[in-house]
Design a protein around this ligand. Structure first.
Ligand SMILES: [Ca+2]
Ligand SMILES: [Ca+2]
Length: 96
């Protein structure tokens, strides 16, 4: 265990981690892992989503690759308004 790690969870400041502090350290690292997993899932599903709709395989979705109804939803993610939605733009809107 490194010092920084101990410091972070050493709530009573004795330089050691008691059972309670250890537990909260464990909880914390579990949260970190689940957040990382979640963002990976989002990234994968965004990539899959783009790939499914990306007919010419240029990595972006343009209005001619989806029907109008879909484009209305997708184009909301088009931040720079260039008529193409990249994976990054899609992720930035939350990936739904
Ligand atoms: Ca495309
Ligand atoms: Ca764009």
């Amino acid at each position: 265990m490194n010092e920084k790690f101990v410091e972070q969870f050493d709530t009573d400041g004795d330089g050691k981690l008691g059972p309670k502090e250890r537990q909260s350290a464990r909880d914390q690292s579990q949260i970190t892992v689940s957040v990382a997993k979640k963002s990976l899932e989002t990234e994968q599903s965004a990539a899959g989503f783009i790939a499914r709709l990306d007919k010419n395989s240029d990595g972006v979705i343009s209005s001619d690759e989806v029907d109008e109804t879909r484009w209305k939803v997708i184009s909301r993610a088009d931040k720079d308004g260039n008529g193409r939605v990249t994976k990054e733009e899609w992720l930035a809107r939350g990936g739904q």
